[in-house]
Design a protein around this ligand. Structure first.
Ligand code: 13P
Ligand code: SF4
Length: 303
């Protein structure tokens, strides 16, 4: 990483009273320059807690929107305007309204990997870390879980409720096949397999631990094992290795790269800070409804 560029970014952050948040999948240079790194919801909650006036969110669009929903008085900047999430784009508020009309009385649980407008049409949100607790917390026996079919099937296995699925998926996690996992296990027989619940059910069947990105960081740090096969976006290898220098981490597949997460560079963070754009705004009527869905999730006690 260029020290000059890093110093310029840090100076701009100070000048603008800004905080740089980086998701666990971001490029190492961006993670290393950030004030805080973490998973999508954790970072948005940190954004709400900080006294900084400006949040620079190195991540994808829905994450910056969640920060804007939770911190309406702050300026939220997404350095790369085109950094979206294909899974979040697999559902729209119009399509969700049509589905709700087919399922009257069935509450909608929506993964945080979704637009603010879709959250606003939902009863409660969930993350990959709390989906089972959120589903169990509902009094109803029949729910619709959007937009990730794999996360919904994972939740289905852990509750007796009837869950309808939305046919969305993460193209990066969908790439991981059981054959990839078996190949990695053969190459590293002593390693534990960690997989993100966005992976296919056949992949999750082969995992030793099913965890969100932050869950994997905690699991690897606390485990007695020395080697791990990582079934999620390869960006997570950086904090795993940094936090556990004596342990070994192998990607379950080198093809698990999210192109949207890699759009942001330290140079684009610098330009965004200089120009104070692109700013992500959520209209207050949409934000108010979306906030309710996020707050209902936050009120659910963890199992
Ligand atoms: P986490 O919330 O587990 O960090 O995951 C975000 C994401 O985009 C997974 O693909
Ligand atoms: Fe979306 Fe998948 Fe990229 Fe996460 S890894 S931002 S779910 S496309």
């Amino acid at each position: 990483m260029s020290t000059e560029l890093l110093e310029a970014v840090r100076a701009l952050l100070q000048e603008k009273n800004a905080l740089l948040l980086a998701h666990n999948y971001q490029r190492p240079e961006v993670q290393d320059a950030a004030d805080l790194t973490g998973d999508s919801l954790g970072l948005s909650m940190e954004a709400a807690r900080t006294e900084a006036e400006v949040i620079v969110f190195a991540g994808v669009h829905f994450m910056a929107e969640t920060a804007a929903i939770l911190s309406p008085q702050k300026t939220v900047i997404l350095p790369e305007r085109d950094a979206g999430c294909p899974m979040a784009d697999m559902i729209t508020p119009e399509k969700l309204r049509a589905k709700k009309a087919e399922l009257p009385g069935v509450p909608v649980v929506t993964y945080v990997n979704s637009s603010a407008a879709v959250k606003a049409e939902s009863d409660v949100c969930c993350t990959s870390a709390n989906v089972v607790s959120v589903v169990k917390s509902r009094p109803e026996d029949h729910l619709l879980l959007t937009p990730d079919q794999n996360l919904a099937q994972y939740a289905q296995r852990h509750t007796n409720k009837k869950l309808d699925f939305w046919p969305g998926y993460c193209p990066t996690h969908q790439k991981l096949t059981p054959a990839d996992v078996l190949r990695a296990r053969e190459a590293h027989p002593g390693a534990l397999v960690m997989a993100h619940p966005e992976c296919r059910p056949e992949v999750l069947d082969l995992a030793d631990a099913i965890k969100s990105t932050s869950g994997m960081l905690t699991f690897a740090a606390e485990s007695d094992a020395e080697e791990f096969i990582v079934g999620t976006e390869t960006g997570l290898l950086h904090p795993l290795q940094k936090n556990n220098p004596t342990k070994k981490f192998y990607p379950a597949s080198k093809r698990m790269v999210c192109p949207n997460m890699k759009l942001t560079t330290l140079a684009s963070v610098k330009i965004a800070l200089e120009l104070m754009t692109p700013v992500i705004e959520v209209p207050e009527d949409v934000a108010a409804k979306a906030r309710l869905a996020v707050e209902r999730m936050l009120a659910v006690p963890r199992d």
